[in-house]
Design a protein around this ligand. Structure first.
Ligand code: ZN
Ligand code: ZN
Length: 247
């Protein structure tokens, strides 16, 4: 059984956090600056995209909920796939998510201890460029060309809004649960969903949506309650066991 010191953080998680901070979080890192620049950068992109929308028809506006659903599926399959299974060319996602994020934050140690720990929650700028530059922009440009300019810009605005919602909600789950943000009803409900996913026995199997569990519901991977220690761990060699939880 893992030792739990007075801080409430299991000893193995505390040791991983100490090593990660030493190796990966530079002295110049500022957590609130990371949060602020992510927020301002995304909001600026959203404003530009919305301003470019001219006079959308009702049919064009209907692309917004469709884009939202597509983003929810993208979040689900991106998380269920390369973030939990090493894939050629996308190993950085696996390394940072399954190998680092899931060991820095576990179901029994979900909260950051200081703003420096935000480094292990928010996407680094290089991934922001990848998600927006390699996914949102080309798809938006294709829709702009194939369907209509307004649908292209509406897709861009929806995709970046979805990205920012992901970042804000995930950030909220990893703030202290007894803080002002942590006590909001929506955050409590969604944090519970994500906390169950942070249990290393379940992380490769359930609760892959970080924002709204629509795709988890659609694909039958929703776990609503903690089934406790009685649930057997996945068998050796399964996807869960392959995600290296020991060092
Ligand atoms: Zn998380
Ligand atoms: Zn995960």
């Amino acid at each position: 059984m893992t030792d739990v010191p007075a801080t409430g953080i299991p000893a193995d998680v505390g040791a991983f956090r100490a090593r990660h901070r030493e190796r990966h979080i530079g002295p110049r890192y500022r957590g609130w600056l990371h949060f602020g620049s992510t927020t301002v950068g995304a909001l600026a992109a959203i404003v530009v995209a919305v301003v470019m929308v001219d006079a959308p028809s009702l049919a064009e506006l209907a692309s917004v909920p469709l884009s939202f659903l597509l983003a929810n599926l993208g979040e689900y399959f991106g998380h269920r796939g390369p973030m939990h299974h090493r894939r050629r060319g996308l190993a950085i996602l696996f390394e940072r998510h399954a190998r680092q994020h899931h060991r820095f934050y576990t179901h029994d140690a979900m909260a950051a201890e200081s703003p420096r720990d935000f480094q292990m929650v928010l996407f680094p700028p290089v991934m922001l460029v990848f998600f927006l530059g390699a996914l949102a922009f080309p798809i938006g440009a294709l829709l702009h060309w194939l369907v209509s300019p307004d649908v292209g810009w509406l897709f861009g605005a929806t995709a970046v809004t979805y990205f920012l919602t992901y970042e804000w909600l995930h950030f909220a789950y990893h703030l202290p649960a007894d803080g002002w943000v942590g006590r909001r009803r929506l955050v409590q409900v969604l944090r519970r969903h994500h906390t169950l996913h942070h249990d290393q026995r379940r992380m490769a199997h359930t609760n892959f949506n970080i924002t709204f569990p629509i795709a988890d519901w659609l694909f039958g991977t929703m776990n609503r309650r903690d089934q406790g220690a009685a649930e057997p761990a996945p068998a050796a060699g399964s996807a869960g066991a392959s995600v290296g939880v020991s060092e």
